[in-house]
Design a binder for this molecule. Structure first.
Ligand code: SF4
Length: 457
């Protein structure tokens, strides 16, 4: 359930506002959808709560990416039905309504991802809004489910790629990019509300604007100047880089034009950080996955980028045990890992997703082999990660504080995205504030985290 401000709301007649309990599951993209729905609900005068019991209804924003995520979604729906009884389901799993109704015939309504209007209509039917909504209950930046000092900024929906293990294009359709001016307005509002770090997300960030032929739109910035900005990865990076906050790029595919953005990272206009899901390194596996990448080209890009920006942090995710993956193909992946020397890496054991073309591929990899490969992969990467972190001992790093403590605070350097990367543990003579950015002298490292003390404020 969400940790969202549950500010009491009431109608002008003094009657309490309808209460909605909200469960948000899944990836950061789903979190952005949840934020939009909650913003609308608050605008209409609904009260958000963390308790199913005593609420007028429950909304469950589901994840339908992997079977394990679907099982978690079905459990969350079941719990909400038991504790409340009135449940609306939305999100990725809404694309498979029959699976939900078979398990839970009692749900009130099911809608798919980004169907905000349908969710709102279902809420109105189940718990009508009050007549005089307190529009001003909603701060102009919307309701953020992430801590106030960082926020996700979604720049597009859908995807033009057709990776065989993925059903996101089926669920969310082809790429639809937001106009650059809309993105900039939202980013500026977030910054004005105190956000210090923007996390740019989409399914394929470097493809931003391809569908609109990189359309230009006008945006009036906070200084009142009207600016033209193109819906293109480079142009958006430039514009976001002028906002004076940390800007972190996620889900960037290693296309050639990414080269143009690296100088902005070297100049610290945006963070020197690229989250680049590669999924595999072996050419045959990549072909079976229908991934538009080649190992040699990716290694060349990484070399070039590191020459341009030596402290660039590279993060990636991989899948082991994809159908037909041989021992030799897996070994190529380990060799790539060693050569690429990525800073941060996530690894998933392949899981069949209902409706994904990869399910039809021959030679599924037995579970015990997947497990064994996963362990070997993680052990190999742990050594690389520890080696990369060790190089930071003795340096000074800018760190944003996520959690304040009386003597030790927890934060993240420019190399660490929230929730998926490591932490920096900081001893400080004065208590640090959440969202504050401080200079930290790094004294020690381990496999994933850094430790140090404040050296400047
Ligand atoms: S790039 Fe591939 S994995 Fe990512 S959303 Fe598009 S189809 Fe799915």
């Amino acid at each position: 359930m969400l940790d969202t401000p549950a500010k009491p709301a009431s109608d002008t007649d003094g009657a309490p506002a309808p209460k909605v309990s909200f469960v948000s599951l899944g990836c950061p993209k789903a979190l952005v959808d949840s934020e939009r729905i909650i913003t609308r609900l608050r605008a209409e005068g609904y009260e958000l709560t963390r308790e199913h019991k005593g609420s007028d209804l429950v909304i469950v924003n589901t994840c339908g990416f992997l079977d394990s995520a679907k099982a978690e979604s079905l459990d969350a729906i079941g719990l909400a039905l038991n504790e409340n009884g009135k449940v609306i389901v939305t999100g990725c799993m809404g694309a498979e309504p029959e699976r939900i109704t078979t398990a839970h015939p009692g749900v009130l309504a099911i809608t798919g991802p980004q169907q905000y209007e349908s969710v709102l209509e279902a809420v109105h039917r189940a718990a009508p809004p009050k007549h005089n909504p307190f529009i001003d209950l909603v701060p102009p930046e919307g309701i953020k489910l992430t801590p106030r000092h960082y926020a996700y900024l979604k720049i597009s929906e859908g995807c033009n790629n057709r990776c065989t293990f993925c059903i996101i294009p089926k669920l969310r359709g082809d790429l639809v990019s937001r106009p650059a001016a809309d993105v900039m307005r939202e980013a500026e509002r977030l910054v004005q509300a105190g956000v210090k770090e923007l996390l740019v997300i989409s399914q394929d960030t470097s493809a931003y604007g391809l569908d609109t032929k990189y359309a230009t739109s006008s945006w009036k910035n906070a200084a009142g100047e009207t600016r033209e900005v193109r819906a293109k990865f480079l142009d958006l990076s430039h514009a976001l880089g002028e906002l004076g906050v940390w800007v972190r790029m996620h889900y960037v595919y290693p296309y050639k034009h990414v080269d143009d953005v690296i100088p902005l990272m070297a100049d610290r206009k945006i963070l020197p950080y690229l989250d680049m899901p590669l999924q595999h390194a072996n050419a045959d596996v990549l072909r079976r996955m229908k991934r538009p990448a080649s190992q040699e080209k990716t290694l060349d890009s990484i070399r070039r980028w590191r020459e341009m920006c030596p402290d660039l942090t590279l993060r990636s995710t991989f899948i082991v045990g994809f159908p037909g993956e041989t021992d030799a193909e897996f070994e190529t992946l380990l060799e790539f890992l060693d050569e690429a020397s990525l800073d941060r890496v996530g690894c998933f054991k392949y899981e069949a997703v209902n409706g994904a073309p990869a399910n039809a591929l021959d030679n599924p990899v037995p579970e015990e082999i997947k497990e064994e490969r996963w362990h070997r992969f993680m052990q190999a990467q742990q050594k690389i990660s520890a080696r990369r972190l060790k190089r930071k001992v003795g340096t000074r790093q800018q760190v944003i504080i996520d959690e304040a403590g009386p003597t030790v605070a927890r934060g993240r350097s420019m190399a660490d995205a929230p929730e998926i990367d490591g932490n920096v543990y900081i001893a400080s003579r004065r208590p640090l504030r959440v969202g504050e950015i401080v200079t930290v002298k790094i004294e020690r490292s381990d496999e994933y985290d850094l430790h140090g003390s404040t050296a400047g404020f």
